[in-house]
Design a binder for this molecule. Structure first.
Ligand SMILES: Nc1ncnc2c1ncn2[C@@H]1O[C@H](COP(=O)(O)OP(=O)(O)OP(=O)(O)O)[C@@H](O)[C@H]1O
Ligand SMILES: Nc1ncnc2c1ncn2[C@@H]1O[C@H](COP(=O)(O)OP(=O)(O)OP(=O)(O)O)[C@@H](O)[C@H]1O
Ligand SMILES: [Mg+2]
Ligand SMILES: [Mg+2]
Lengths: 256, 256
């Protein structure tokens, strides 16, 4: 039974896409099949895996509307055990197109139901907002992984995110859990970062992943080659950290 | 006649809010009155200036709906010549609330008309999306200032942003110009950053500000004290860079 994990945070630029790509590649490298769904019109997860936006009428948004089964929009990537549902320009107007439907929150959950068992994990990369696409992702998920930069604005945004997660759990998806909060772009020489980490571990305890993703230039170079860090520079601290995260996520889910 | 500048980029975390706050403070320090309008529900520009979200029914969103004149929502800040229209929770549902109105694109422009002449500049901080709030900001503006991280995803997003600016100019606001593209979080030791800068200056020439904002930890520390960098650590490279940007923006606008 595939576990669906939504990678979300309305704060921009905290490492959602970088986490989605590199966690997917690292899980794939452990011989587990994983599907990455790019729900962001920016299509960063799509280009970061070396693919391009879906130009056809067969895409994730049309599948959400029920026009066709989601598996028709799945592409195999160059990376072991990693499949992708690419982004599409149809996502740009999605919020407005969905608003009048009564079932607007459940559309992605329904589209995923037919394919989730083919994968050990399904990862959903979300745009930087708490709009209808992110709400669809939260409604379709078993767990939420929230990347957080160790900086002031990102910390402020975390409480807003956790409140939204709580509301979705009460109203739309009682099974939704917090997979964990992930510290990203962490620089141990920076006082603020160390303070933020300590504060988070005190407030949220085991809900914070022990794995911390360091600031590592290899992680920001890899997407320009369309590759996860694991395939761009496997010895880099960034690639190593995401492999450790994959082990932690796999260990947590087998306990569940 | 106050010049309205919208600080926009749908890519998250590129330094929109940091630019809005520090440019406002630097213009204010040159004895020019400036108004900063926080159009992001995250309220980062509001908290970065030491203020809190507007909890009342007198706020920027209600002013956009025509419930009251905008000047009732203006707060004076602790910083010379800098006034603020704070964010409000009403912005969270704004896209959905505005969609059915025929005049949905012009609401902010109308609300600003009555107060723009009291200021030399009005700066609009936008959320990380190209939704109705950002379209309202573009429609109300004389110029767009686009912060861009010198990284792969931010570059990809820039062409989408410039296309949207072009469409708004054709359909909603013929007077809209590109104030300039601003390189942020720039680290000269990073090869990718240097390549991105060269590419941008070739493609866009004088539309790229000569001022480049360096990565500087003081800029990310200052908001936790509710202060612009100018008032937190005036000697920092970040504060100095934003003062240089203010001089460049003032020089460009007096040529206009
Ligand atoms: N650990 C890291 N070290 C260095 N750079 C990183 C790291 N993680 C992400 N980056 C870079 O920081 C930028 C922001 O990361 P990313 O795009 O993954 O964030 P995001 O949350 O998906 O952004 P958005 O809100 O726009 O969707 C990107 O240019 C990325 O390459
Ligand atoms: N030049 C800089 N040097 C170091 N840190 C910076 C710099 N500019 C911004 N930051 C930090 O990087 C993070 C992102 O910046 P900021 O929040 O201003 O971006 P944004 O584009 O407004 O994000 P959003 O898309 O969420 O609105 C913040 O934590 C900020 O403090
Ligand atoms: Mg992203
Ligand atoms: Mg911002």
């Amino acid at each position: 039974m595939g576990r669906v994990i939504c990678i979300a945070n309305q704060k921009g630029g905290v490492g959602k896409t970088t986490t989605a790509i590199n966690l997917a590649a690292s899980i794939g490298a452990q011989d587990q099949r994983v599907l990455l769904v790019d729900l962001d019109a920016q299509a960063n997860a799509t280009s970061g895996l070396g693919e391009s936006r879906d130009q056809s009428n067969v895409n994730v948004f049309q599948a959400m509307l029920g026009a066709h089964p989601l598996h028709l929009a799945i592409k195999h990537t160059a990376y072991a055990n990693v499949d992708l549902v690419p982004s599409t320009a149809d996502l740009i107007g999605a919020e407005i197109a969905l608003i009048s439907r009564d079932d607007r929150d459940d559309l992605l959950k329904r589209a995923l139901a037919s394919i989730r068992d083919r994968y050990r994990f399904v990862l959903l990369d979300c745009p930087p907002s708490l709009g209808l696409l992110t709400v669809n992702a939260l409604t379709a998920s078993d767990g939420v992984l929230a990347p957080v930069q160790s900086e002031y604005y990102a910390m402020e945004g975390l409480s807003q995110l956790l409140t939204t997660v709580e509301r979705v759990r009460e109203v739309l998806n009682p099974a939704l859990e917090l997979e964990g909060v992930l510290l990203t772009m962490y620089d141990p020489r920076n006082n603020l970062a160390r303070q933020v980490e300590q504060e988070l571990r005190v407030q949220l305890a085991e809900r914070v992943f022990s794995t911390v993703i360091p600031r590592n230039v290899r992680l920001s170079e890899a997407p320009s080659f369309g590759k996860p860090a694991l395939y761009y520079d496997v010895r880099s601290t960034g690639a190593q950290a995401y492999q450790a995260l994959a082990r932690e996520v796999l260990a947590r889910s087998s306990e569940a």
